[in-house]
Design a protein around this ligand. Structure first.
Ligand SMILES: Cc1cc2nc3c(=O)[nH]c(=O)nc-3n(C[C@H](O)[C@H](O)[C@H](O)COP(=O)(O)OP(=O)(O)OC[C@H]3O[C@@H](n4cnc5c(N)ncnc54)[C@H](O)[C@@H]3O)c2cc1C
Length: 255
């Protein structure tokens, strides 16, 4: 079975992201694989190990996105492909999804695995939109996945509880943290990834033209600065401090 896992290159969580002159900037902070996508890679690898098959990591982005792909290779993916084209500079989620769908088809995917969300764009809609573009079922927020023949079973994790679902391959699935810790890249994997030649597919390679952009970013701005004041609560005993704190909490209508 051919499994495609989609990984995005994003600024490190420690990066201070700011808007400068209408452009997003994260200074000198490093770019890393989207943390949620490591869970997706783990799920794809476990399915391939259990049921046989190959895992191809795909990233849509610039040359720098190859680092996310190398991370996926170091974790154990069999191959990696960068999808890159200057015409995708202002792609929205829908156009990105159409391109990822075309890449998944070209790679021969029967299952496309996503992280639940990119920590920079944060829309969380790319998996569902890719499923729509492929015309395949989407199972989102999966905490566990299993395959029985061409039946995919998953447990979806929601705040209110869990839900068991099943569908048939081909399908699209997005994975949440409850799936379990992603493996660390092995030493051999890191060496293999360092030497790997990662092919780049353009829109022409995918046989499509740039999909229309439906949602445009018209303005990007920093959040308004928050006014924060500190007040030290003092007293002669822990009880007195606790009482003052409780009164303050009630006064501010926190509770
Ligand atoms: C220069 C630039 C201009 C942009 N302009 C616009 C714009 O005008 N309008 C707009 O709406 N958006 C714009 N974007 C945002 C961009 O389209 C989104 O970041 C992208 O479509 C994914 O959406 P998301 O980050 O919300 O991912 P989510 O939907 O939150 O991601 C969910 C999952 O999808 C997968 N995924 C997401 N992105 C990729 C990727 N690139 N490659 C592989 N897998 C991926 C990952 O598995 C991820 O965990 C722009 C981005 C850039 C860099």
């Amino acid at each position: 079975m051919k499994i495609v896992v989609c990984v995005k290159q994003v600024p490190d969580t420690a990066a201070k992201v700011t808007a400068d002159n209408g452009k997003v900037s994260w200074g000198d902070a490093p770019l890393v694989i989207n943390p949620w996508d490591e869970y997706a890679v783990e799920a794809a690898l476990q399915l391939a190990e259990k049921h046989g098959g190959e895992v191809t990591a795909i990233s849509l982005g610039g040359e720098e996105a190859k680092e996310a792909l190398k991370h996926a290779l170091a974790m154990g993916c069999n191959e990696a492909v960068l999808v890159s084209d200057p015409a995708l500079q202002d792609a929205d989620t829908q156009s990105a999804a159409r391109v990822l769908a075309a890449a998944a088809r070209k790679a021969g995917a029967e299952l496309v695995v996503f992280g639940k969300q990119a920590i920079d764009g944060d829309s969380g809609v790319t998996p569902a939109q890719t499923a729509r573009a492929l015309g395949w079922p989407a199972v989102t927020l999966a905490a566990s996945v299993s395959l029985e023949g061409s039946t995919l079973k998953a447990e979806r994790a929601m705040e209110e509880g869990r839900q068991q679902v099943e569908t048939s391959l081909p399908a699209v699935i997005s994975i949440v943290k409850d799936f379990g810790e992603p493996r660390y890249p092995s030493f051999m994997g890191i060496r293999k990834a360092a030497k790997a030649e990662i092919p780049a597919w353009s829109l022409a390679d995918l046989g499509i033209s740039a999909p229309a952009v439906a949602v445009r970013w018209t303005e990007i701005m920093n959040p308004p600065a928050r006014q924060v004041t500190n007040e030290m609560i003092t007293g002669s005993s822990p009880e007195e401090i606790a009482n003052k704190l409780a009164d303050k909490i009630m006064e501010e209508k926190v509770l």
